[in-house]
Design a protein. Structure first.
Ligand code: S3P
Length: 437
């Protein structure tokens, strides 16, 4: 799980007796008992949230640097376990990935020099590691690899990945239910025009990474635009990649190292801090160095429709991505509808948006959100559990959710315990509920 840090001294932590027993000293704000952590509302919340490096960009910075011939230093790499899984898999493929904390060096080598792994590549809980790596490895003739992961990853659908890669000539086998582990036998790939059936940045990236080594041009078209970090980074690394008639067109070719790269702050992590500030009755929070890439900012557009008191101050780009500060303060939220075509650009923030809907006045509808069922957990089911427990009126279907909020989170019911089911975003949603309500 990524770390979220309100800077020391910034949070005023007097306890409001209406919301539970006094918490003193402040370090007991979050009490940990084995795996159970308790969150209660402080009277006031003010300060600056510092962010870890963006998780999606961190995976890409490691993997694309590994494919370029030469060293790259990476600052502010996400320190979460998912990104460490990518680093560890690259080491198993013979690449030198060294560093600690958020400062890392990757000594990239052309794909043809990557070593066949001697044991299965363990992607842990990280779908991004598995899908991106699969795209790269599928194009390395002579390399055979098994990609596996934890209990949650082994339940995630992989046919959406195998099908387009096979159109390029790749050999990818899955377990009978089209889930991991994956068996890859690297092949010489050919060009193709790929039309994706799911708007997935992971699958799009896998196709582009495979396409770098194909014998002819590769184009990839998505049903709806998803995050474009890979495209930005590939262009910065000298790839011949253009958008034409709504599709990405790639001419195969080598990448040059970025040499020095800084990962911008994670907007998905920022969304939890911003939501907490909006929900809490006495809050003013700023989040600096947030990646403001429009393909990641759907959540802020939704919150603005909900009458959120937010402001954005753009600053200099970081790592080829627009960045800035987001300021947020206590808000009386109103309901909104989230349409299916908005979903790819707020896919990871739908849980925290649903939590906001549970505090808003009125009924919010989230449509076309079936993808939530195949994330680290069935997030749609988890959201029904969480928002119902808080007291909201909730209805749901296979790919939709309707939440009638309680008109302010002071009206939420306390939740004795919530099981996030190995899912970091659901754990953070429940933590925000406890800190705000
Ligand atoms: C990601 C893409 C999204 C997102 C995931 C990270 C990425 O997944 O939910 O957390 O880094 O490309 P999908 O591609 O499955 O939509």
């Amino acid at each position: 799980m990524n770390g979220h840090h309100l800077q020391r001294g910034d949070t005023v932590q007097e306890q409001n007796p209406a919301y539970g027993p006094p918490l003193s000293p402040p370090s007991q704000k979050m009490q940990s008992m084995d795996n159970l952590q308790q969150f209660c509302r402080p009277n006031r919340l003010a300060g600056t949230l510092t962010l870890p490096g963006d998780k999606s960009i961190s995976h890409r910075a490691l993997l694309l640097s590994a494919l370029a011939d030469g060293p790259t230093t990476i600052e502010n790499l996400s320190d979460g376990e998912d990104v460490q899984a990518t680093a560890q898999c690259l080491r198993q493929l013979g690449l030198a990935v060294t560093g600690s904390g958020s400062a890392w060096t990757v000594h990239g080598r052309p794909l043809a020099q990557w070593q066949p792994p001697t044991t299965a590549l363990n992607c842990g809980n990280s779908g991004t590691t598995m899908r991106l790596l699969c795209g790269a490895l599928a194009a390395r003739p002579g390399l055979q690899a098994t990609l596996t992961g934890d209990r949650s990853l082994q339940l995630r659908p992989m046919a959406r990945l195998a099908a387009p890669l096979r159109q390029l000539g790749a050999e990818v086998q899955m377990a009978t239910d089209e889930r991991p582990p994956l068996e890859i036998v690297g092949r010489a790939l050919h060009g193709a025009e790929i039309v994706l059936t799911v708007a997935s940045a992971q699958v799009k990236t896998a196709v582009l990474l495979a396409g770098l080594h194909a014998s002819g041009p590769v184009s990839v078209r998505e049903p709806l635009p998803s995050r474009d970090h890979t495209e930005r980074m590939l262009v910065a690394m000298g790839a011949d990649l253009r958008q034409r008639d709504g599709a990405w067109q790639l001419q195969p070719g080598p990448l040059r190292p970025l040499a020095a790269y800084r990962v911008p702050g994670d907007p998905s992590s920022a969304a939890f801090g911003v939501a907490l500030a909006l929900l809490h009755p006495q809050a003013q929070v700023s989040v600096a160095q947030v990646c403001l890439n429009p393909t990641r900012m759907g959540w802020l557009r939704v919150l603005q429709r909900m009458a959120a008191v937010v402001a954005v101050r753009p600053s200099a780009d970081i790592g080829g991505e627009p960045c800035g500060t987001v300021l947020a303060s206590s808000s009386a939220l109103v309901a909104t509808d989230v349409a299916g075509d908005e979903v790819p650009q707020c896919i990871d923030e739908l849980p925290i948006l649903a939590l906001c809907a549970a505090a808003a006045c009125g009924t919010s509808r989230f449509l076309g959100i079936g993808e939530l069922r195949v994330k680290e957990s069935d997030r749609l089911a988890a959201l029904v559990r969480l928002t119902t427990a808080l007291g909201a009126q909730v209805r749901s279907g296979p790919d939709w959710l309707e939440i009638t909020g309680v008109g302010g989170c002071a009206n939420w019911s306390a939740i004795p315990a919530f099981d996030p089911g190995l899912d970091h975003r659901m754990a953070l949603c429940a933590a925000v509920a406890g800190l705000a309500g």
